[in-house]
Design a protein around this ligand. Structure first.
Ligand code: NAP
Length: 328
């Protein structure tokens, strides 16, 4: 039986744990035996059980005081799933946890943007040097396959550029401004009340979150070693309802578009005019990515870019890839 050590048991961690239990029969058919979570690590402690740690009340009864690094040594899992809080400035604590697992030859799956944003080169190099998988589909656009689409499906057709909407909160706000004529502040307030936006919305509306995803996508898909500071970034805070109305009269929508180009090495996140009938003009909190490819034109993929369960599907898909031994 494959054993999983899970760091972080919040929205995504818990959803991944539940999904693993729900999908157990299918996973058993795919992998021979369904994998089990044998350890859960949170800020507040560690829960270890070789028979499988429960998601709910049973979890809370057997708390141990154990650091993540000590738990890696004690458990020696088949996969370490890292879903702790993201820090876009330092990448910590995720970066240290991921490094500790890779150093020990333990495969890693994460949805945490911070470590890949700040330490893409060193972490992927370490994984290669150790011959250990490091997978991070969930870091970009939640449930939408972007990194894995490139890595598996488009392996014979390189991506040369991408344009997309990588932040659902700002797209929700722009959609509500366009469809209801709301002012930015009112649309933001509504997004906060519905749980789409954080109490501090800077990262979403200022384009930081989209820029972080763009950097990971550009490094992985385009092979361009961009850093966060290389991205020209402008948020949606100054977009007015009047500007949106004017654009609509001319047949355009205003969308926060993330763009990176392999040839020019230019990358930006900024409000752009998008023809209303463009595949990039998705509504509400959806995300979308249009890939331009070297040999087959461009195509677009869209879907749910965030949410605990949605992101957990990307994490589970990476775990399955690791356990099938598809990549190293
Ligand atoms: N939510 C989404 O829609 C989404 C989408 C894509 C990617 N992600 C990424 O997925 C990750 C998890 O997000 P989330 O929404 O599940 O966050 P969350 O609900 O805030 O949960 C974070 C978890 O990390 C644990 N944690 C924090 N610091 C820790 C430390 N130093 N050591 C061990 N555990 C620690 C917390 O422990 P306690 O329970 O003890 O507080 C908590 O269980 C983040 O990196 C996020 O950026 C989230």
């Amino acid at each position: 039986m494959s054993r999983i050590l899970l760091a972080g048991h919040g929205n995504v961690g818990k959803a991944f744990h539940e999904l693993l239990l729900e999908e157990a029969p299918r996973l058993a058919a795919l992998l021979g035996e369904a994998p089990k979570v044998v350890g859960v690590l949170r800020r507040s402690g560690a829960w270890l059980d070789e028979n499988g740690v429960g998601v709910g009340a049973t979890l809370l009864s057997r708390r141990q005081s154990l650091s993540v690094v000590d738990a890696l040594d004690k458990v020696r899992p088949d996969v370490f799933v890292e879903l702790t809080t993201s820090n876009l400035q330092t990448g910590e604590p995720g970066a240290s946890y991921i490094r500790a697992a890779l150093e020990r030859g333990i495969p890693v799956v994460t949805a945490n943007k911070g470590p890949l944003l700040r330490h893409y080169e060193s972490l992927t190099t370490l994984a290669k040097r150790k011959g250990v998988p490091l997978r991070f589909e969930g870091t970009v656009a939640g449930s939408i396959p972007t990194l894995n689409l490139h890595e598996f499906t488009l392996v014979g057709n390189p991506v040369t550029r991408f344009d997309g909407i990588l932040n659902g909160t700002s797209n929700y706000i722009l959609t509500r401004m366009a469809e209801e004529g709301l002012a930015f502040a009112d649309a933001l307030k509504e997004a906060q009340e519905l749980g789409y936006a954080e109490a501090d919305p800077t990262s979403d509306v200022g384009g930081h979150d989209a820029a972080a995803k763009l950097v990971i996508l550009a490094n992985h898909v385009l092979g361009v070693p961009l850093s966060f500071e290389d991205v020209q970034r402008e948020g949606i805070e100054r977009i007015s309802a009047a500007a949106i109305r004017l654009a609509a009269k001319e047949g355009y929508a205003i969308r926060l578009i993330a763009t990176a180009d392999a040839a020019t090495r230019q990358a930006s996140v900024a409000p752009r005019l998008v023809p209303v009938d463009s595949s990039l003009n998705v509504r509400g909190s959806l995300n979308v990515v249009r890939f331009a490819t070297a040999h087959a034109g461009s195509f677009t993929i869209s879907g749910k870019g965030a949410g605990g369960r949605e992101t957990a599907t990307a994490v589970l898909s990476d775990v399955i890839h690791v356990l099938r031994g598809r990549t190293t």
